[in-house]
Design a protein around this ligand. Structure first.
Ligand SMILES: [Zn+2]
Ligand SMILES: [Zn+2]
Length: 211
């Protein structure tokens, strides 16, 4: 005598059983207890999403990590997603063992401004290149600096024509130092006090570079 599912009447011959119910009904029952939407913080400027406290590009695997964080007990795999929802394959540890279900999860985005976009907006900078001299060499330095900074998730804050040259404001002084050392630019260094953070004086680095 095959068993029948008390909910949908499918027989054991047609479908696998999970406890007293067929796998499909058992999955639906377990799925009801799972949340059907997640909230994610997303930067309104660059579109990156916040995962584990960090803003990272929105793609399938990062979204999966973001959703996974909110499904502590279950393993989540994002099969596909669009602007509003994600189709997730979720493994549930139920009383009768593991069961895998597909569930549509609504994505609710909370508008934020990430650190980087916030800094860009207020033209934050730690280092200033005062580039003077040969125009084409100045342009070359700007091009290389821009590429390096963007590769490292940093940015050029501002660019100004000044005294026949260009003043280039940069978001990170460590990277600025590495740049002048790498290209052997032999700058004349000076510093301006930018403020005090955690009781320590903060300086902005100024590099006078003659090309
Ligand atoms: Zn059933
Ligand atoms: Zn951003």
């Amino acid at each position: 005598m095959p068993r029948y599912c008390p909910t949908c009447n499918r027989s054991e011959a047609e479908v696998k059983f999970y406890g007293n119910f067929c796998e499909i009904c058992a999955g639906e029952k377990l799925s009801e207890d799972l949340k059907s939407s997640v909230e994610l913080e997303r930067c309104k400027e660059c579109g990156r999403i916040r995962v584990k406290g960090r803003f990272i590009g929105e793609n399938r695997s990062n979204l999966e990590e973001g959703i996974q964080q909110q499904f502590k007990k279950n393993h989540v795999h994002v099969v596909s997603y669009d602007a509003k929802e994600a189709l997730a394959r979720i493994s549930i540890d139920g009383p009768e063992g593991k069961l895998t279900i597909d569930k549509t999860i609504k994505l609710k985005y909370i508008k934020k401004l990430c650190d980087r976009c916030y800094k860009i907006k207020c033209e934050y900078y730690e280092a200033l290149f005062q580039l003077r001299g040969d125009k084409s060499r100045i342009e070359k330095v700007i091009r290389h600096a821009k590429a390096l900074f963007e590769r490292n998730n940093e940015f050029i804050s501002k660019m100004e024509s000044k005294d026949g040259g260009i003043d280039l404001y940069l978001s990170n002084k460590k990277l600025a130092s590495e740049f002048v050392a790498y290209y052997k630019l032999y700058p004349k260094m000076s510093y301006t006090l930018a403020g005090v953070k955690f009781g320590k004086k903060q300086y902005k680095n100024i590099y006078a570079i003659h090309l």
